[in-house]
Write a protein that binds this ligand. Structure first.
Ligand code: GCO
Ligand code: MN
Ligand code: MN
Length: 396
């Protein structure tokens, strides 16, 4: 890959295992097909993907059951595929950090999986998921992701949403018990998305999913896998969504990519759109103590050949490393620190009034402060934001 910025810069931004970058097998393996055209690249052997990603400094991979073991593979063949894959992991030192189930590609799931109206389909989806969880456990995955790709509708009349949520909950409760019973030591991470491939998806945003998790029998073992593209599609700030997820102690995994507001799910290279939101996100992940994988769920443009695919993968990690370094500068830049103080950023961290007592309430009602005086101040946000922009543009 050609990188500008000089040799020193290239070294500084080179990722290592310790940075915990992971990629879905389906991401670098994406052959470039879209709604209007067929594949532009050959399908990659998962073993080759692992080897190449290891070279680039990644920590591991994630996979759907069908990414590794194609749908319908007889069991003897399955075991051989898994054996070879484990050998590649051993040879490269790569891990499988997350596993998930493909509950969207096969026509059987056209009406949904856990929320299909057809009870037979729901039972089939549950069985497929248990087998995929077994595979994930066998490969050492500690996080298991649930993305309800087909859990939704086009025809509003076709499903009662509260029945669908009942079935979703029933399934999640069942699978929590399954993982506990088998002593897999796994945590589950639900991935919200507003639409695509369904017209409207159940659990469309981080907020909906957090509320749903609270209703589960084993809510302590279920958290979120938020994705840049999915929150951005809803016109929301991913940074804010992830902040709230962390605030609830529910950030179990994360899908990083790039996305423009108001578009289809673009799955672009991380940081290639909205660098400001991406910067605050990286700063948040690095400063919050989040120690899970930095997982990229994105793919190379359809224009690319294999060289472009590896440029894409290296670019995701490199941009993260650059933004991480910017976050350090943000913390030490005296002008930025002064602007933060002028904006009273730290003051929001101080309690407003403390614990309730009748006396405190009465005192406050008697002396509420002078609104005219309080309204008079400026918050210095223009200066603060301009400094952030200048930091990101490389002039600070
Ligand atoms: C998408 C989703 C998927 C999931 C993956 C793991 O929009 O297609 O982001 O890529 O993340 O299926 O659950
Ligand atoms: Mn995703
Ligand atoms: Mn996505």
């Amino acid at each position: 890959m050609v990188v500008s910025g000089g040799a020193a810069n290239s070294e500084a931004y080179r990722p290592t295992r310790a940075n915990k970058f992971t990629f879905g097998l389906w991401t670098v393996g994406n052959p470039g097909g879209d709604q209007f055209g067929s594949a532009t690249r050959p399908r990659l052997d998962p073993n080759d993907s692992v080897r190449e990603l290891a070279e680039l400094g990644a920590y591991g991979v994630s996979l759907h059951d069908d990414d590794l073991v194609p749908f319908g593979t007889p069991s003897a063949e399955r075991d051989e595929i898994v054996r070879r894959f484990k050998k590649t992991l051993d040879e490269t030192g790569m891990v499988v950090a997350m596993a998930t189930t493909n509950l969207f590609a096969n026509p059987v799931f056209k009406d949904g999986a856990f929320t299909s109206n057809d009870r037979g389909v729901r039972r089939y989806a549950l069985a497929k998921t248990m087998r995929a969880i077994d595979l994930g456990a066998e490969l050492g995955a500690k996080t298991y992701v649930f993305w309800g790709g087909r859990e939704g509708v086009e025809a509003m009349a076709s499903k009662n949403p509260s029945d669908a949520l009942d079935r979703f909950r029933e399934t999640m409760d069942f699978l929590c018990e399954y993982a506990i019973d088998n002593k897999y030591g796994m945590r589950f991470a639900m991935e919200p998305k507003p639409n695509e491939p369904r017209g409207d998806t159940f659990l469309p945003t981080v907020g909906h999913a957090l509320a749903f998790i609270n209703s589960l029998a084993h809510s302590e073992m279920v958290g979120l896998n938020p994705e840049t593209a999915h929150e951005t599609m809803s016109g929301l700030s991913f940074y804010h969504g992830v902040s709230q997820t962390l605030w609830h102690k529910k950030l179990f995994h994360i899908d990083l990519n790039g996305q423009k507001i108001g578009r289809f799910d673009q799955d672009l290279r991380f940081g290639s759109e909205d660098q400001k939101d991406a910067f605050f996100l990286v700063k948040l992940l690095e400063e919050s103590g989040y120690d899970g994988p930095r997982h990229f769920d994105a793919h190379a443009y359809r224009t690319e050949n294999m060289e472009g695919v590896w440029d894409f993968a290296a670019g995701c990690m490199r941009t993260y490393m650059i933004l991480k370094e910017k976050a350090k500068r943000f913390a030490t830049d005296p002008d930025i620190q002064a602007a933060l103080a002028a904006s009273s950023v730290a003051e929001l961290g101080k309690p407003t009034v403390g614990a309730y007592s009748a006396a405190v309430a009465a005192e406050l009602k008697a002396n509420p402060g002078d609104p005219a005086k309080l309204a008079n101040r400026g918050y210095g946000n223009e200066r603060l934001d301009q400094l952030v922009i200048e930091l990101l543009m490389g002039v600070r």
